[in-house]
Design a protein around this ligand. Structure first.
Ligand code: CAA
Length: 380
């Protein structure tokens, strides 16, 4: 088995790392404090091809594989996990969905500008009363001639206030459960569609999360993505890919935590010597390194399965479950190794700890990932 990366994959690691250190690092702390969206940086990410890295070049994408995508998200998130999720949502929740389920006309109209980074995408599944139980969604779509009328509220929408194109899931017939759901592409500015409350979050504070309100919002039938009543399957397929992206985001946070912990342990002296010379610290660092490497292997396995066209729901769920746990573990240990200063804003590890938590919640909680894995085990 060959674990080495290709030249292209090594190149994307280097390009993303250089970008992240040059363009994201300096102000990451301020953006987090001010809850400021990295608008200029996202524009540059688009110019570098980071917003549609896996999309076919004929739709303005980078044509790269999922492993390259994971490397890019890891490197962005190593410096700024908010930038990581902004890119992840655009790439794997929006572009990948339109590329897989869109018609040629839809791909030209919606996918190409998103993949080129000229527009930003958002994925709108969750609602005030439906998070994990996603198929119980309450937003309705009612047919009216050649259009659909959408009514309802969406919650926890990443990129919500900034996006141009929104994938919106709505039900025509609630009694049909997961079999009555449609998916629509809704453009910013469509009458009846407005931005709701912006959330004040524990972490990933420079990414943008809000609710969206649909009141008699008229959307043409031409904007339906995928077949009618297959919207829930579209959402689930998209989320399988999204979960690999969030796993890569979690890995980036874990790597940043480990690097910060090693650096501090070598600098900080207690009892007349660097704390890195104490076994108590070494054991923590060793466990962090082992978990980081295990997470990376699970992520690459899921990405490779996806690239080979195999079923990858189970592998993606496992990768996200383990990587998010690893992000929490490593960020927690990094704060512990820093001691008192780790609990202050003078060092970045408190941000890593706050940022890590969301990776156990969004795009399916850790409990939902276990459900996906367990259902697969029982079925086979
Ligand atoms: N791919 C394709 N189809 C799938 C699928 C998959 N991975 N998983 C399920 N389906 C299909 C099933 O085959 C089934 O179809 P049929 O009835 O035709 O056979 C249909 O979908 C319903 O499946 P289930 O009966 O398994 O559905 P369920 O109601 O039991 O739900 C669940 C399963 C795994 C719990 C699902 O609801 C789930 O993933 N919940 C979590 C939701 C989630 O991840 N939300 C994230 C919000 S987005 C977000 O966080 C983005 C952000 O902004 C960062």
């Amino acid at each position: 088995m060959d674990f080495s990366l290709s030249e292209e994959q090594l190149m994307i690691r280097q390009t993303t790392r250089e970008f992240a250190e040059k363009e994201l690092a300096a102000d990451a702390r301020e953006r987090d404090a001010e809850e400021r969206f990295p608008k200029e940086q996202v524009k540059k990410m688009g110019e570098l091809g980071f917003m549609g890295i896996m999309v076919d070049p004929k739709y303005s994408g980078g044509g790269m594989d999922t492993v390259s995508y994971c490397i890019m998200i890891e490197e962005l998130s190593r410096v700024d996990a908010s930038a990581g999720v902004i890119a992840s949502v655009n790439n794997s929740l929006v572009c990948a969905g339109i590329e897989k389920f869109g018609t040629e006309t839809q791909k030209q109209a919606f996918l190409a500008p998103l993949a080129a980074g000229k527009k930003l995408g958002s994925f709108c599944l969750s609602e005030p009363s439906t998070g994990s139980d996603a198929s119980a969604l309450q937003t309705t779509a009612t047919r009216d001639g050649d259009d659909w009328i959408i009514n309802g509220t969406k919650n926890w929408i990443t990129n919500g206030t900034q996006a141009d194109t929104y994938l919106v899931f709505a039900t025509e017939d609630k009694s049909q459960g997961s079999h009555g759901v449609h998916c629509f592409m809704v453009e910013r500015g469509t009458p009846g569609f407005s931005i709701g409350k912006k959330e004040k979050k524990l972490g990933i504070r420079s990414s943008d999360t809000c609710s969206l309100i649909f009141e008699q919002c008229r959307v043409p039938n031409a904007n339906m993505l995928g077949e009618p009543n297959k919207g829930f399957r579209v959402a689930m397929f998209i989320l399988d890919g999204g979960r690999i992206g969030i796993a890569a985001q979690a890995l980036g946070i874990a790597v940043a935590s480990l690097e910060a912990a090693v650096k501090y342990a070598k600098e900080r002296e207690q009892f007349g010597r660097p704390i890195a010379s104490f076994q108590a610290i070494q054991f923590m660092l060793a466990e962090m390194d082992m978990e980081v490497n295990a997470a990376r292997l699970l992520i690459y396995r899921a990405a490779a399965q996806k690239d080979r066209g195999e079923r990858f729901s189970n592998a993606a769920a496992m990768a996200k479950l383990h990587a998010s746990k690893t992000a929490m573990f490593c960020a927690d240990k990094a704060v512990q190794i820093h001691g008192g200063v780790g609990y202050t804003k003078d060092y970045p590890v408190e941000r890593y700890l706050r940022d890590a938590k969301i990776t156990e919640i969004y795009e399916g909680t850790s409990e939902i990932q276990k459900l996906v894995v367990a259902r697969d085990l029982i079925k086979s």
